[in-house]
Write a protein that binds this ligand. Structure first.
Ligand SMILES: C[S@@+](CC[C@H](N)C(=O)[O-])C[C@H]1O[C@@H](n2cnc3c(N)ncnc32)[C@H](O)[C@@H]1O
Length: 525
């Protein structure tokens, strides 16, 4: 049946067409370049109650978009007429400021092609998919073990809301018992590793010989002020006395690759590199061995003991995880894979001061829209932080312009990328970190919807992240406990902590997790 469609052409070259299977749709009336904004539709907003009581019982339910704050939006203009495809050629963003939706082409479009958005995974009709390629999200062999973890599903959010309310009440300083934390820790090393001492993990560090012991105090106070000390050196003592000579530790070379400048102290040697232990000594045996390399801090731990978490910190983490899920759902609605990673401002003040992160970083997976296989959410996030670190440690005049990368999804809360509009102003306002350029995610926590793949897990290792929390394990590709456990590999020069979020879908109140994984025994740490 042919429907009468208005002879409509918008200024970007879109017209309304009709097909028997899908009804009206939006078509290109001329070729369109990738990343062209083809339509900006103002929206009509319904409150959550108004929609629940009225809207959803009407035909409106086939047309409305979920707005960010729980309201529902009806796109005016052409926005309501885009049909759905598993291989969308248009992505969209909700613009809260102007109460509108912006539609952008994700690839080149030929004259006459239909334009599709991605509605999500829970369709209410039998979809005719115009895509010629097998749909990525429905292919059981997609290599991602299925991406249903944050599949446009309000249950994820309500489960997280319940967790938030659990931690929001009570004294923020209270230490939360291990089994009441919102995550289960994945142990990286066997308890007996320290005693076995198969190999001590080391990393290179700059040191300098100080011939006259009277200059030690001057050296140490200079070191404090110099800004080259990093929190990752906290397990190492600053001075080594050996065979009558005295050597001062300056910096770890991965974080400070250039030869450090020295104070004006007579007789100092040129800085040189030695290999120092990567972690504290947990046992006396280990201390003895590690001290032969460099004097190391002794921090005995009971078996399995890990960092304590307060109620306030658990609340901070739940909010961060909720943000990740919301953004992933949003990305999914726009035709991206619903995977997001997020590095929030640290909870503890000392970490905040050390990390010098002026705003949270958040990015989603952009493999679909960029047709680029490496645009994983974690890599996009690390790269955004790296670009920020690089730009803020150089002068404005020399700010490099990297190749274009997908911006974080929330421009209001995230850092503009170098080369993007507005970056220069931002960089000018933030004090350049003196020693921040080389250690990317040191002391920071990354939250992500899906267990990072092996590539991303390795990138996290290189970026020196402190800890990673993920919601959905990836049984076939995960590099943080499923297929491999990259931070537990033998001889890696950095380890980060891992936690898998606990909550049961459909039973949001349940804080125990049946699916929790332990990998300790089969890891050759
Ligand atoms: C937002 S409207 C899109 C415009 C609609 N085709 C019209 O004529 O008003 C959503 C409706 O379009 C239809 N639709 C969208 N994508 C489709 C697809 N891939 N296959 C079949 N029907 C589709 C479904 O009936 C759905 O309820």
């Amino acid at each position: 049946m042919q429907s009468r469609v208005p002879d409509h052409l918008n200024s970007s070259g879109l017209r309304i067409g009709f097909s028997a299977e899908k009804g009206r749709g939006v078509y290109a009336a001329r070729p369109l370049e990738p990343r062209t904004v083809i339509e900006i539709s103002p929206v009509l907003l319904f409150s959550a109650a108004e929609y629940r009581e009225h809207g959803r019982h009407t035909v409106l339910d086939h047309y409305t978009f979920k707005w960010k704050d729980g309201r529902m939006a009806l796109a005016l203009g052409l926005g309501s007429l885009f049909n759905h495809s598993q291989q969308p050629n248009v992505s969209y963003t909700l613009d809260k400021e102007t109460e509108s939706i912006r539609y952008t082409t994700t690839r080149r479009i030929e004259d006459g092609e239909e334009l599709f958005i991605f509605y999500g995974h829970n369709l209410w009709f039998d979809a005719v998919d115009a895509g010629t390629v097998e749909p990525i999200l429905e292919d059981p062999d997609d290599g991602w073990g299925g991406l249903a973890g944050v599949d446009n599903d309000e249950e994820d959010i309500s489960a997280l809301d319940i967790q938030i309310s659990v931690y929001a009440h009570g004294n923020a300083q209270d230490v939360i018992p291990e089994d009441e934390l919102p995550f289960t820790r994945i142990r990286l090393v066997r308890d007996d590793e320290e005693d076995e001492l198969i190999a001590i993990n080391t990393q290179p560090a700059w040191v300098v010989d100080v011939p006259d012991a009277r200059h030690t105090a001057t050296m140490l106070s200079w070191l404090k002020k110099s800004g080259i000390e990093t929190p990752t050196m906290s397990h190492l003592k600053r001075i080594r006395k050996q065979d009558g000579s005295l050597t001062v530790l300056l910096a770890l070379t991965p974080e400070y690759p250039q030869v450090p400048a020295l104070p004006d102290v007579p007789g100092l040697s040129e800085p040189y590199v030695v290999h120092v232990p990567s972690t504290v000594a947990l046992t006396q045996v280990s201390l003895k061995h590690k001290n032969t390399l460099w004097p190391t801090v002794y921090a005995p731990r009971r078996k399995g003991e890990a960092e304590e978490w307060t109620r306030g910190k658990a609340l901070w983490a739940c909010k961060a995880m909720k943000r990740v899920v919301e953004e992933a759902q949003d990305a999914g609605r726009r035709g991206e894979l619903p995977i997001t990673a997020h590095v929030p401002i640290p909870y503890e003040k000392e970490t905040r001061d050390a990390a010098q992160l002026p705003a949270p970083f958040l990015a989603h997976d952009t493999r679909m829209s960029t047709s680029h296989p490496l645009r994983h959410a974690v890599l996009n996030t690390i790269r955004a932080v790296a670009d920020y670190r690089a730009s803020s440690s150089t002068s404005l005049l020399s700010t490099p312009t990297p190749p274009p990368i997908p911006p974080p999804t929330d421009s209001s809360a995230s850092i503009p990328l170098p080369g993007a509009a507005g970056t220069s102003r931002f960089v000018a306002e933030v004090q350049a970190p003196q020693n921040g350029a080389h250690y990317l995610l040191t002391s920071l926590t990354l939250f992500t919807t899906h267990e990072p793949c092996i590539m991303c897990s390795m990138a996290l290792l290189h970026s020196r992240v402190k800890e990673v929390f993920y919601l959905t394990p990836m049984s076939r590709t995960g590099g943080c406990g499923s297929v491999a456990c990259v931070p537990a590999l033998k001889n890696v020069n950095h380890r980060y902590n891992l936690g898998r979020w606990r909550y049961l879908k459909g039973e949001p109140g349940a804080m125990a997790d049946e699916r929790s994984i332990t990998i300790a025994d089969d890891i050759d740490a």
